[in-house]
Write a protein that binds this ligand. Sequence first.
Ligand code: ADP
Length: 192
Amino acid sequence: MSESPKGRPVRLALLGPPGSGKGTQAAALARELGVPVVSTGDLLRARAAEDPDAWHELATRLRQGDLVPDDLVLSVVNDALNAPAMSDGYVLDGFPRTIVQAEHPETPPVDVVINLHAPDDVVRSRIARRADVRADDADRAAVERRLHLYHSDTAPLLDLYGREGVLTSVDATESPEAVTTAILRALGLAKP
Ligand code: ADP
């Protein structure tokens, strides 16, 4: 596996509520670190769009803001990670999202987990501003469901990764550039 400019492996996961900037930061970090992004949200939306009849239940879950079953998510992630480009490390955007996913034997290894910390009211107003792009952002009930599931199912991962000593939290209410710099600094990779 290739390494970061400071000689460390680059297998990174981004945690944070909906609207905390996971997609934006994943893209920026991928550029900086020269590794690909695996976004489970993007992969699942693409799969649902590919064949709406076959993936009707998946599309419904996405639209309503429900979590997708762990086995489907794991297969989507591992399919993506089997691509040759992924042998050089990766940024996981939106995965793992449950304790089951984090502890599953088929879950790919992560060296660093970044928590994009942002209060609910901040992420609610960000999502409202981008609501014309995604159906689940336009539906207020779906947004509340995603926020609820973040707190009930995903936030417990913060304790898990904190105990493992791989977690770093950054203030995700700052500008996208400032958040990227904070993450790179936490990784020991910030430019002077
Ligand atoms: P956000 O973090 O803003 O909710 P994502 O694009 O990461 O946006 O996820 C969109 C939707 O995709 C989620 O609401 C959920 O339905 C599904 N999803 C994405 N990642 C996972 C995952 N790891 N486990 C279960 N469902 C997921």
